[in-house]
Design a protein around this ligand. Structure first.
Ligand code: MN
Length: 424
Protein backbone atom coordinates (compact mmCIF):
# COMPACT_ATOMS: atom_id res chain seq x y z
CA UNK A 1 0.00 0.00 0.00
CA UNK A 2 1.18 3.50 -0.86
CA UNK A 3 2.38 5.48 2.21
CA UNK A 4 0.66 8.86 2.28
CA UNK A 5 1.91 11.17 5.03
CA UNK A 6 -1.29 13.24 5.13
CA UNK A 7 -3.27 10.11 6.07
CA UNK A 8 -1.39 9.41 9.33
CA UNK A 9 -4.07 8.59 11.96
CA UNK A 10 -1.90 10.27 14.61
CA UNK A 11 -2.23 13.72 13.00
CA UNK A 12 -4.30 16.33 14.85
CA UNK A 13 -5.30 19.84 13.82
CA UNK A 14 -5.38 23.19 15.61
CA UNK A 15 -8.84 23.60 14.03
CA UNK A 16 -11.47 22.08 16.31
CA UNK A 17 -12.91 18.91 14.77
CA UNK A 18 -16.36 18.14 16.22
CA UNK A 19 -16.94 14.49 17.11
CA UNK A 20 -18.30 12.60 14.11
CA UNK A 21 -17.16 15.31 11.67
CA UNK A 22 -16.79 14.29 8.02
CA UNK A 23 -13.71 16.46 7.69
CA UNK A 24 -10.79 15.58 9.98
CA UNK A 25 -7.24 16.56 8.95
CA UNK A 26 -6.88 13.13 7.28
CA UNK A 27 -9.60 13.94 4.72
CA UNK A 28 -8.87 17.33 3.07
CA UNK A 29 -11.24 16.98 0.08
CA UNK A 30 -11.54 19.54 -2.73
CA UNK A 31 -14.56 21.63 -3.70
CA UNK A 32 -15.68 25.04 -4.98
CA UNK A 33 -17.34 27.55 -2.64
CA UNK A 34 -18.98 30.93 -3.00
CA UNK A 35 -19.13 33.58 -0.31
CA UNK A 36 -20.25 37.06 -1.39
CA UNK A 37 -17.92 38.05 -4.22
CA UNK A 38 -15.50 35.21 -3.59
CA UNK A 39 -15.71 32.03 -5.64
CA UNK A 40 -12.74 29.70 -5.31
CA UNK A 41 -11.42 26.22 -4.65
CA UNK A 42 -11.48 25.07 -1.05
CA UNK A 43 -10.79 22.20 1.25
CA UNK A 44 -12.89 21.38 4.30
CA UNK A 45 -11.75 20.87 7.88
CA UNK A 46 -14.10 20.48 10.83
CA UNK A 47 -16.83 23.10 10.40
CA UNK A 48 -14.72 25.31 8.12
CA UNK A 49 -13.90 25.68 4.46
CA UNK A 50 -10.38 26.83 3.66
CA UNK A 51 -9.98 29.27 0.75
CA UNK A 52 -7.16 27.79 -1.36
CA UNK A 53 -7.06 30.76 -3.72
CA UNK A 54 -6.29 33.08 -0.80
CA UNK A 55 -3.60 30.76 0.61
CA UNK A 56 -2.01 30.56 -2.84
CA UNK A 57 -2.11 34.34 -3.37
CA UNK A 58 -0.40 35.18 -0.09
CA UNK A 59 2.36 32.62 -0.56
CA UNK A 60 1.42 29.59 1.53
CA UNK A 61 1.89 27.31 -1.50
CA UNK A 62 5.22 28.82 -2.58
CA UNK A 63 7.54 26.14 -3.86
CA UNK A 64 4.77 23.91 -5.23
CA UNK A 65 5.03 25.42 -8.72
CA UNK A 66 1.31 25.90 -9.12
CA UNK A 67 0.06 27.95 -12.08
CA UNK A 68 -1.09 31.47 -11.06
CA UNK A 69 -4.79 31.64 -10.24
CA UNK A 70 -5.21 27.85 -10.34
CA UNK A 71 -7.63 27.99 -7.39
CA UNK A 72 -9.42 31.19 -8.44
CA UNK A 73 -11.72 29.38 -10.86
CA UNK A 74 -15.35 28.37 -11.06
CA UNK A 75 -14.42 24.68 -11.19
CA UNK A 76 -11.53 22.36 -10.27
CA UNK A 77 -10.86 21.10 -13.82
CA UNK A 78 -7.56 22.96 -14.34
CA UNK A 79 -6.33 21.80 -10.92
CA UNK A 80 -7.41 18.22 -11.64
CA UNK A 81 -5.56 18.31 -14.96
CA UNK A 82 -2.27 18.75 -13.04
CA UNK A 83 -2.70 15.11 -11.97
CA UNK A 84 -2.78 13.18 -8.74
CA UNK A 85 0.88 13.74 -7.85
CA UNK A 86 0.42 17.53 -7.77
CA UNK A 87 -2.82 17.23 -5.79
CA UNK A 88 -0.92 15.01 -3.33
CA UNK A 89 1.63 17.81 -2.79
CA UNK A 90 -1.14 20.36 -2.20
CA UNK A 91 -2.95 18.04 0.19
CA UNK A 92 0.29 17.42 2.09
CA UNK A 93 0.97 21.16 2.32
CA UNK A 94 -2.58 21.75 3.62
CA UNK A 95 -2.05 18.97 6.14
CA UNK A 96 1.14 20.72 7.34
CA UNK A 97 -0.54 24.12 7.61
CA UNK A 98 -3.44 22.71 9.62
CA UNK A 99 -1.40 20.48 11.98
CA UNK A 100 -1.45 21.19 15.70
CA UNK A 101 2.32 21.69 15.77
CA UNK A 102 2.47 24.13 12.83
CA UNK A 103 2.20 27.86 13.58
CA UNK A 104 2.45 29.37 10.07
CA UNK A 105 -1.28 29.88 9.61
CA UNK A 106 -2.46 29.27 13.18
CA UNK A 107 -0.51 32.27 14.53
CA UNK A 108 -1.07 34.52 11.50
CA UNK A 109 -4.39 35.87 12.75
CA UNK A 110 -5.26 38.01 9.71
CA UNK A 111 -4.49 35.28 7.20
CA UNK A 112 -6.28 32.67 9.31
CA UNK A 113 -9.43 34.78 9.49
CA UNK A 114 -9.41 35.30 5.73
CA UNK A 115 -8.62 31.68 4.88
CA UNK A 116 -11.05 29.88 7.17
CA UNK A 117 -14.77 30.52 6.68
CA UNK A 118 -17.56 28.86 8.61
CA UNK A 119 -18.96 26.09 6.42
CA UNK A 120 -22.51 27.21 7.27
CA UNK A 121 -21.97 30.67 5.78
CA UNK A 122 -20.77 29.59 2.33
CA UNK A 123 -22.56 28.12 -0.66
CA UNK A 124 -21.00 25.03 -2.21
CA UNK A 125 -21.03 24.95 -6.02
CA UNK A 126 -20.46 22.20 -8.57
CA UNK A 127 -16.85 21.12 -7.94
CA UNK A 128 -16.15 20.28 -11.59
CA UNK A 129 -17.40 20.99 -15.05
CA UNK A 130 -18.45 17.51 -16.23
CA UNK A 131 -17.84 16.97 -19.95
CA UNK A 132 -19.06 13.36 -19.96
CA UNK A 133 -21.10 11.18 -17.63
CA UNK A 134 -21.41 7.41 -17.66
CA UNK A 135 -23.55 5.28 -15.35
CA UNK A 136 -22.58 1.69 -14.69
CA UNK A 137 -24.71 -1.14 -13.30
CA UNK A 138 -22.08 -2.83 -11.17
CA UNK A 139 -23.89 -4.06 -8.04
CA UNK A 140 -24.79 -7.72 -8.40
CA UNK A 141 -27.48 -7.42 -5.74
CA UNK A 142 -29.12 -4.47 -7.52
CA UNK A 143 -28.98 -6.10 -10.95
CA UNK A 144 -30.37 -9.34 -9.49
CA UNK A 145 -33.20 -7.56 -7.68
CA UNK A 146 -34.25 -5.66 -10.81
CA UNK A 147 -33.87 -8.78 -12.96
CA UNK A 148 -36.05 -10.81 -10.57
CA UNK A 149 -38.68 -8.11 -10.41
CA UNK A 150 -39.07 -7.48 -14.14
CA UNK A 151 -37.87 -10.69 -15.79
CA UNK A 152 -37.15 -14.04 -14.19
CA UNK A 153 -35.95 -14.71 -10.63
CA UNK A 154 -34.21 -17.87 -11.86
CA UNK A 155 -32.23 -15.96 -14.50
CA UNK A 156 -32.05 -12.58 -12.81
CA UNK A 157 -28.73 -11.61 -14.37
CA UNK A 158 -28.47 -11.31 -18.15
CA UNK A 159 -25.76 -13.51 -19.78
CA UNK A 160 -23.30 -10.61 -20.25
CA UNK A 161 -23.43 -9.31 -16.67
CA UNK A 162 -20.53 -11.28 -15.15
CA UNK A 163 -18.34 -10.77 -18.22
CA UNK A 164 -18.35 -6.99 -18.51
CA UNK A 165 -19.31 -3.94 -16.43
CA UNK A 166 -22.61 -2.99 -18.10
CA UNK A 167 -23.13 0.78 -18.46
CA UNK A 168 -24.76 3.52 -20.52
CA UNK A 169 -23.86 7.08 -21.47
CA UNK A 170 -25.84 9.48 -19.33
CA UNK A 171 -26.58 13.20 -19.54
CA UNK A 172 -23.94 15.58 -18.10
CA UNK A 173 -25.89 18.85 -18.48
CA UNK A 174 -28.46 18.01 -15.80
CA UNK A 175 -26.03 16.99 -13.04
CA UNK A 176 -26.44 19.44 -10.17
CA UNK A 177 -24.79 20.01 -6.81
CA UNK A 178 -26.33 18.94 -3.51
CA UNK A 179 -29.11 21.26 -2.37
CA UNK A 180 -30.49 21.94 -5.86
CA UNK A 181 -34.24 21.15 -6.01
CA UNK A 182 -35.52 18.75 -8.65
CA UNK A 183 -38.93 19.12 -10.33
CA UNK A 184 -40.96 15.95 -10.64
CA UNK A 185 -40.57 15.07 -14.32
CA UNK A 186 -43.44 14.51 -16.74
CA UNK A 187 -43.33 11.97 -19.51
CA UNK A 188 -44.90 9.10 -21.37
CA UNK A 189 -46.24 6.37 -19.15
CA UNK A 190 -48.03 3.22 -20.20
CA UNK A 191 -49.67 1.29 -17.36
CA UNK A 192 -49.64 -2.49 -17.91
CA UNK A 193 -53.43 -2.62 -18.39
CA UNK A 194 -53.60 0.38 -20.75
CA UNK A 195 -53.52 0.08 -24.51
CA UNK A 196 -51.91 3.46 -25.16
CA UNK A 197 -49.43 5.66 -23.30
CA UNK A 198 -50.47 8.85 -21.52
CA UNK A 199 -48.46 12.00 -20.74
CA UNK A 200 -48.37 12.92 -17.05
CA UNK A 201 -46.08 13.51 -14.03
CA UNK A 202 -44.21 10.38 -12.98
CA UNK A 203 -45.96 8.34 -10.31
CA UNK A 204 -42.81 6.35 -9.54
CA UNK A 205 -40.12 8.87 -8.69
CA UNK A 206 -37.10 7.17 -7.16
CA UNK A 207 -33.55 7.79 -5.97
CA UNK A 208 -30.52 5.67 -6.75
CA UNK A 209 -27.76 5.52 -4.17
CA UNK A 210 -24.45 5.62 -6.04
CA UNK A 211 -20.81 6.59 -5.70
CA UNK A 212 -19.13 8.27 -8.68
CA UNK A 213 -15.49 8.85 -9.59
CA UNK A 214 -14.00 11.90 -11.31
CA UNK A 215 -11.14 11.59 -13.80
CA UNK A 216 -8.13 13.92 -13.92
CA UNK A 217 -6.57 13.12 -17.28
CA UNK A 218 -7.19 13.58 -20.96
CA UNK A 219 -6.38 10.63 -23.20
CA UNK A 220 -6.11 10.39 -26.98
CA UNK A 221 -8.90 8.89 -29.04
CA UNK A 222 -7.81 5.38 -29.93
CA UNK A 223 -5.77 4.82 -26.77
CA UNK A 224 -6.90 2.81 -23.77
CA UNK A 225 -6.29 2.65 -20.02
CA UNK A 226 -5.36 -0.64 -18.34
CA UNK A 227 -6.66 -1.72 -14.93
CA UNK A 228 -3.12 -1.10 -13.65
CA UNK A 229 -3.06 2.50 -14.95
CA UNK A 230 -6.69 3.28 -14.13
CA UNK A 231 -6.35 4.69 -10.62
CA UNK A 232 -3.70 7.23 -11.69
CA UNK A 233 -6.48 8.76 -13.80
CA UNK A 234 -9.02 8.83 -10.96
CA UNK A 235 -8.82 11.96 -8.81
CA UNK A 236 -11.45 11.05 -6.26
CA UNK A 237 -15.06 10.20 -5.58
CA UNK A 238 -18.36 11.87 -4.72
CA UNK A 239 -21.76 10.63 -3.59
CA UNK A 240 -24.29 10.49 -6.39
CA UNK A 241 -28.08 10.33 -6.60
CA UNK A 242 -29.26 9.13 -10.01
CA UNK A 243 -32.89 10.27 -9.70
CA UNK A 244 -35.10 7.92 -11.72
CA UNK A 245 -38.70 7.92 -12.95
CA UNK A 246 -39.47 4.20 -13.00
CA UNK A 247 -42.71 4.37 -15.01
CA UNK A 248 -41.15 6.56 -17.72
CA UNK A 249 -38.07 4.31 -17.71
CA UNK A 250 -40.06 1.11 -18.04
CA UNK A 251 -41.92 2.27 -21.14
CA UNK A 252 -39.01 3.93 -22.94
CA UNK A 253 -35.98 1.78 -22.21
CA UNK A 254 -36.40 -0.92 -24.86
CA UNK A 255 -34.14 -1.38 -26.82
CA UNK A 256 -31.58 1.40 -26.17
CA UNK A 257 -31.72 1.83 -22.39
CA UNK A 258 -32.42 4.73 -20.00
CA UNK A 259 -33.31 8.15 -21.45
CA UNK A 260 -35.93 10.60 -20.12
CA UNK A 261 -36.53 8.47 -17.05
CA UNK A 262 -33.03 9.52 -15.92
CA UNK A 263 -31.85 12.71 -17.64
CA UNK A 264 -34.10 15.19 -15.79
CA UNK A 265 -31.53 15.52 -12.99
CA UNK A 266 -28.77 13.83 -11.00
CA UNK A 267 -27.24 15.16 -7.79
CA UNK A 268 -23.62 15.03 -6.58
CA UNK A 269 -22.08 15.87 -3.20
CA UNK A 270 -19.93 19.04 -3.32
CA UNK A 271 -16.63 17.63 -2.02
CA UNK A 272 -14.39 15.36 -4.07
CA UNK A 273 -12.79 13.02 -1.56
CA UNK A 274 -9.42 12.09 -3.05
CA UNK A 275 -8.48 8.52 -3.80
CA UNK A 276 -5.40 9.30 -1.68
CA UNK A 277 -7.58 9.93 1.38
CA UNK A 278 -9.43 6.66 0.73
CA UNK A 279 -6.20 4.63 0.47
CA UNK A 280 -6.42 3.21 4.05
CA UNK A 281 -9.93 1.92 3.35
CA UNK A 282 -9.14 -0.46 0.50
CA UNK A 283 -10.71 -3.92 0.74
CA UNK A 284 -11.04 -6.94 -1.50
CA UNK A 285 -14.15 -7.04 -3.66
CA UNK A 286 -16.41 -10.05 -4.19
CA UNK A 287 -14.81 -13.08 -5.85
CA UNK A 288 -15.34 -12.80 -9.61
CA UNK A 289 -16.48 -15.99 -11.28
CA UNK A 290 -16.49 -16.90 -14.15
CA UNK A 291 -12.96 -15.53 -14.59
CA UNK A 292 -12.86 -12.23 -16.44
CA UNK A 293 -11.09 -11.65 -19.75
CA UNK A 294 -7.41 -10.61 -19.39
CA UNK A 295 -8.09 -6.88 -20.01
CA UNK A 296 -10.41 -6.86 -16.96
CA UNK A 297 -8.09 -8.74 -14.61
CA UNK A 298 -6.38 -6.72 -11.89
CA UNK A 299 -4.03 -7.01 -8.94
CA UNK A 300 -4.53 -5.92 -5.35
CA UNK A 301 -7.56 -4.65 -3.45
CA UNK A 302 -9.62 -2.35 -5.61
CA UNK A 303 -12.81 -1.98 -3.58
CA UNK A 304 -13.30 0.61 -0.84
CA UNK A 305 -15.05 0.22 2.50
CA UNK A 306 -17.45 3.18 2.46
CA UNK A 307 -20.56 3.00 4.66
CA UNK A 308 -23.52 4.58 2.93
CA UNK A 309 -26.99 5.59 4.06
CA UNK A 310 -30.10 7.14 2.55
CA UNK A 311 -32.61 9.25 4.46
CA UNK A 312 -36.01 10.51 3.39
CA UNK A 313 -37.24 13.67 5.04
CA UNK A 314 -40.90 14.60 4.47
CA UNK A 315 -41.76 18.30 4.20
CA UNK A 316 -42.67 18.73 7.86
CA UNK A 317 -41.33 15.56 9.45
CA UNK A 318 -38.05 14.23 10.69
CA UNK A 319 -35.73 12.26 8.44
CA UNK A 320 -35.85 8.45 8.43
CA UNK A 321 -32.94 6.24 7.41
CA UNK A 322 -34.40 3.97 4.72
CA UNK A 323 -31.23 2.21 3.60
CA UNK A 324 -27.78 1.32 4.92
CA UNK A 325 -25.26 -0.27 2.59
CA UNK A 326 -21.59 -0.21 1.61
CA UNK A 327 -19.56 0.59 -1.51
CA UNK A 328 -17.45 -2.52 -0.83
CA UNK A 329 -20.22 -4.76 -2.21
CA UNK A 330 -19.61 -3.61 -5.80
CA UNK A 331 -18.91 -6.56 -8.10
CA UNK A 332 -17.00 -4.49 -10.68
CA UNK A 333 -14.42 -2.03 -9.32
CA UNK A 334 -13.54 1.43 -10.64
CA UNK A 335 -10.32 0.25 -12.30
CA UNK A 336 -12.24 -2.40 -14.24
CA UNK A 337 -14.93 0.11 -15.18
CA UNK A 338 -12.39 2.58 -16.61
CA UNK A 339 -10.42 -0.17 -18.38
CA UNK A 340 -13.60 -1.50 -19.95
CA UNK A 341 -14.83 1.98 -20.90
CA UNK A 342 -11.63 2.73 -22.87
CA UNK A 343 -10.68 -0.71 -24.20
CA UNK A 344 -12.25 0.14 -27.57
CA UNK A 345 -10.30 3.41 -27.88
CA UNK A 346 -12.85 5.73 -26.23
CA UNK A 347 -10.99 8.77 -24.84
CA UNK A 348 -11.59 10.30 -21.41
CA UNK A 349 -11.56 13.95 -20.35
CA UNK A 350 -10.73 15.89 -17.20
CA UNK A 351 -13.80 16.10 -14.98
CA UNK A 352 -15.64 13.14 -16.47
CA UNK A 353 -18.01 11.47 -14.02
CA UNK A 354 -18.38 7.69 -13.83
CA UNK A 355 -21.13 6.47 -11.51
CA UNK A 356 -21.19 3.02 -9.95
CA UNK A 357 -24.80 2.14 -10.56
CA UNK A 358 -27.22 1.64 -7.69
CA UNK A 359 -25.44 0.12 -4.72
CA UNK A 360 -27.49 -2.57 -3.01
CA UNK A 361 -26.27 -4.91 -0.30
CA UNK A 362 -27.43 -8.45 0.44
CA UNK A 363 -30.29 -7.65 2.86
CA UNK A 364 -33.57 -5.78 2.20
CA UNK A 365 -32.48 -2.90 4.49
CA UNK A 366 -29.43 -2.38 2.30
CA UNK A 367 -31.14 -1.81 -1.04
CA UNK A 368 -30.16 1.40 -2.84
CA UNK A 369 -33.47 2.43 -4.46
CA UNK A 370 -37.17 2.73 -3.60
CA UNK A 371 -37.87 0.31 -6.45
CA UNK A 372 -36.12 -2.41 -4.46
CA UNK A 373 -36.93 -1.19 -0.93
CA UNK A 374 -40.69 -1.17 -1.65
CA UNK A 375 -40.36 -3.98 -4.22
CA UNK A 376 -41.97 -1.87 -6.94
CA UNK A 377 -44.60 -0.51 -4.57
CA UNK A 378 -45.74 -3.84 -3.10
CA UNK A 379 -44.19 -3.24 0.35
CA UNK A 380 -44.50 0.42 1.38
CA UNK A 381 -41.83 1.87 3.66
CA UNK A 382 -42.84 3.32 7.01
CA UNK A 383 -41.33 6.69 7.87
CA UNK A 384 -40.80 8.13 11.36
CA UNK A 385 -43.69 10.62 10.96
CA UNK A 386 -46.14 7.71 10.46
CA UNK A 387 -46.49 8.16 6.70
CA UNK A 388 -45.82 5.50 4.06
CA UNK A 389 -43.82 5.62 0.84
CA UNK A 390 -43.93 3.40 -2.22
CA UNK A 391 -42.04 6.05 -4.20
CA UNK A 392 -41.07 9.67 -3.51
CA UNK A 393 -43.71 12.35 -2.91
CA UNK A 394 -43.50 16.06 -3.75
CA UNK A 395 -41.53 17.99 -1.08
CA UNK A 396 -39.66 14.89 0.09
CA UNK A 397 -35.96 15.50 0.59
CA UNK A 398 -33.55 12.65 -0.09
CA UNK A 399 -30.22 12.77 1.72
CA UNK A 400 -27.31 10.45 0.96
CA UNK A 401 -24.40 10.25 3.38
CA UNK A 402 -21.20 8.23 3.37
CA UNK A 403 -18.12 7.71 5.49
CA UNK A 404 -15.14 5.44 6.06
CA UNK A 405 -13.85 4.60 9.53
CA UNK A 406 -10.66 2.86 10.68
CA UNK A 407 -7.97 3.30 13.36
CA UNK A 408 -9.98 6.12 14.97
CA UNK A 409 -10.11 8.12 11.72
CA UNK A 410 -13.46 8.95 10.16
CA UNK A 411 -13.46 10.30 6.59
CA UNK A 412 -16.84 11.60 5.41
CA UNK A 413 -18.27 12.88 2.16
CA UNK A 414 -20.67 15.60 3.31
CA UNK A 415 -24.25 15.37 2.07
CA UNK A 416 -25.76 14.65 -1.31
CA UNK A 417 -29.20 16.17 -0.86
CA UNK A 418 -32.13 17.07 -3.09
CA UNK A 419 -35.69 18.21 -2.57
CA UNK A 420 -38.55 17.19 -4.87
CA UNK A 421 -40.73 20.00 -6.21
CA UNK A 422 -44.13 19.49 -7.85
CA UNK A 423 -44.21 18.90 -11.60
CA UNK A 424 -44.12 22.08 -13.70
MN1 MN B 1 -28.10 4.62 -11.96
Amino acid sequence: MMKITANDPALTSWVEIPKGSDFPIQNLPFGIFKSGEIMAAATAIGDYVVDLSFLHRVGFFDGLNLPPGIFAKKDLNDFLSLGRAKAREVRLRLSELLRTDNNELKDHVRAREKALLSINTVEMLMPVHIPNYTDFYSSEEHASNVGSMFRDPKNALLPNWKHLPVGYHGRASSIVVSGTPIHRPKGQIKPADAELPTFCPTQKLDFELEVAFVTCAETALGSHITTKEAEENIFGVVLFNDWSARDIQQWEYVPLGPFLGKNFGSTISPWIVTLDALEPFRVKGPEQFPHVLPYLSFEGSKNFDISLEVLIQPQAGQATIVSRTNFKYMYWNMAQQLAHHTVNGCNIQVGDLYASGTISGPSPGSYGSMLELSWNGQRPLHLADGSERKFLLDHDTVIIRGHCEKDGVRIGFGECKGNILAAR
